[in-house]
Design a protein. Structure first.
Length: 361
């Protein structure tokens, strides 16, 4: 992708004003950090931070039978989703591989809001439209919205300062309202392992609302902190930990796949659950010091045989050690198994550990 194809979120000018270091990510110009990854990571773990998520896609599905159709497309059981609730789920291919992971939000009987990954907006929209049932309408309204994620133990208090007239929804809940002819969507979900919420407003209102949260105490945070936060709690990244070549069962996410109902890719997942896996996604932690592990670094046995490669890796600011995830053959995927990580020709000792690396007390 060349520079002319890099897109800008409605908050780009504000990021630059706030000192954000901008980098291309998933086709978008995004802040990787403002002060440092370490500062921003700790702000979310200890207080409150705010991320621009305007690059993510926003789809709206409307029409009679929306739930029934979507339930045959997505892996999770949409019928269990009450009005005002959110659900994590997958779009799978015929081989059970992950096209995308997403969160859906049920606004009403026949209206569902979908938030998809930035790099998959066009592909998801085309794929869903190709399968769309007659009488349903799917709209891509991604360009119309600005989104921000406010995360950390002080997130609820920060919300109350700015929006005292609305109560923050419960975990995995949603709230929508209008004020001065502006629509607001608030979703109490997140990608950091902390309490928090995502808020969507019209694109032109995004910069002013982001600034209000910053003035209320939320620290602006970039992609670097977002990556280390999500990896500490073993939340997968699509395109790295999740791919069209591997299934949610292999990724340890079979809980989000309702095998008892039909959906695209279901038969492969069912077979994997019945017959067992040959490889699965594991958490790997350095047992000593070493350079930060990164995606595609080789994983070796102590005898020097390569058995896999990392799908994600980072230095953990909370644990102060290198952490990673990667797919390994099941015989090497047991907790406590000792391995070596190859970093540019040097081997660093590590071991397979229980997920997640970090858990809130």
């Amino acid at each position: 992708m060349n520079d002319q194809e890099i897109k800008s979120t409605p908050l780009e000018a504000l990021h630059v004003e706030l000192g954000g270091k901008m980098v291309p990510f998933a086709g978008w110009n995004m802040p990787v950090q403002y002060t440092s990854n370490m500062d921003e990571h700790h702000a979310v773990r200890e207080a409150v931070g705010i991320f621009d998520i305007s690059h993510m896609g926003q789809f709206f599905l409307r029409g009679n039978g929306a739930e029934e159709w979507l339930n045959g497309i997505l892996s999770n059981d949409v019928s269990k989703l009450a009005i005002g609730e959110a659900q994590y789920t997958f779009i799978l291919n015929e081989q059970g591989g992950v096209i995308d992971d997403l969160i859906i939000y049920r606004f009403g009987d026949d209206q569902i809001f979908l938030v998809v990954n930035a790099s998959m907006i066009d592909e998801n929209f085309a794929w869903l439209n190709d399968h769309l049932a007659e009488g349903l309408t799917l709209t891509n309204e991604s360009d119309a919205w600005a989104g921000m994620a406010v995360q950390g133990p002080d997130a609820e208090e920060t919300y109350a300062k700015l929006i005292p007239e609305r109560e923050l929804p419960k975990r995995n809940g949603i709230d929508t309202w209008e004020h001065d002819n502006q629509k607001f969507i608030v979703c109490r979900t997140g990608y950091t392992g902390e309490d928090g919420f995502e808020i969507f407003v019209s694109a032109d209102q995004g910069p002013s609302l982001f600034k209000k949260f910053v003035n209320a105490g939320a620290k602006p945070c970039g992609l670097g902190a977002r990556d280390s936060l999500r990896l500490e709690v073993c939340y997968p990244l699509n395109g790295s930990d999740l791919s069209p070549q591997r299934t949610p069962v292999q990724a340890g996410l079979g809980f989000f796949c309702a095998i008892d109902k039909p959906f695209i890719g279901r038969d492969i997942l069912k077979k994997q659950k019945e017959e067992g896996l040959k490889e699965r996604l594991v958490a790997i932690k350095y047992t000593g010091k070493g350079p930060p592990p990164r995606a595609h670094y080789g994983v070796f046995t102590k005898d020097g045989d390569q058995i896999g490669e990392l799908s994600s890796g980072v230095f953990s600011p909370t644990l102060k050690v290198g952490i990673a995830m990667g797919y390994l053959p099941v015989e090497f995927a047991k907790i406590g198994a000792e391995v070596d990580i190859d970093v540019r020709g040097r081997k660093f000792p590590a071991k397979v550990v229980k997920k997640p690396f970090y858990k809130k007390d």
